[in-house]
Design a protein around this ligand. Structure first.
Ligand code: SF4
Ligand code: SF4
Length: 151
C-alpha cells in the first residue's frame, strides 16, 4: 500500500472512526420513543383540556374570551343559559358547544391566558397525530375532563 493511498483514503477513515469512538463515552441524548418518553418541561403547552371544579361543574362560562384572544381563530364557542333544573357551570352561562380546530392551533397559550375562570388549560399530551382531518376538530366532549370520582 503506497504512502499516497494512506494519506488520501485511509487516514480520513481512521480519523472518522476515532471521532465515533470518542463519542461512545458520551451520555446518549436519544430515547427509544414511543416505549420511552422524555419528561416534559413544566411549562410545556400541548393538548387543551376543559377543566371542572371539584364538585363537577364546568369552569367554562361560555364567555368566548379565549376565542377572541386566539390569533389563529381556531376556537368556536356557543353559549347557553344555565337553569335551576339544568346547571352545567358555576356561572349564568355555559358553553353548549366548544370546538378547537387543532390543525390551525399554534399552541401559543393565549386562550389559557385570556380565560377568566381557568377553564381552558394546555397540558402535556403531545401525541396528537391522526389520519383524518375531521379528527382534528376537538369537540367539548373530547376536551372536557371527566367527572370527579365519587368515593
Ligand atoms: S393555543 Fe393559541 S392558537 Fe391554539 S387555540 Fe389557544 S389561542 Fe388559539
Ligand atoms: S374557556 Fe374560558 S375564556 Fe373560553 S369561553 Fe370558556 S370561560 Fe370563556
Amino acid at each position: 500500500m503506497s504512502v499516497e493511498f494512506f494519506r488520501d483514503i485511509a487516514k480520513p477513515v481512521v480519523s472518522g472512526f476515532g471521532i465515533t469512538a470518542r463519542r461512545l463515552k458520551h451520555r446518549k441524548v436519544t430515547v427509544m420513543y414511543p416505549e420511552v418518553k422524555r419528561e416534559q418541561y413544566p411549562r410545556t403547552r400541548w393538548r387543551h383540556v376543559l377543566k371542572r371544579y371539584d364538585n363537577g361543574l364546568e369552569k367554562c362560562i361560555g364567555c368566548s374570551l379565549c376565542a377572541g384572544a386566539c390569533p389563529a381563530r381556531c376556537i368556536y364557542v356557543e353559549a347557553a343559559e344555565n337553569t335551576d333544573e339544568e346547571r352545567y357551570s358555576a356561572g349564568e352561562r355555559y358553553a353548549v358547544r366548544y370546538e378547537i380546530n387543532m390543525i390551525r392551533c399554534i399552541f401559543c397559550g393565549y386562550c389559557q391566558d385570556a380565560c377568566p375562570t381557568g377553564a381552558i388549560v394546555l397540558q402535556k399530551d403531545f401525541e396528537l397525530a391522526d389520519y383524518k382531518r375531521e379528527s382534528f376538530i376537538y369537540t367539548k366532549e373530547r376536551l372536557l375532563e371527566p367527572l370527579p370520582q365519587v368515593v
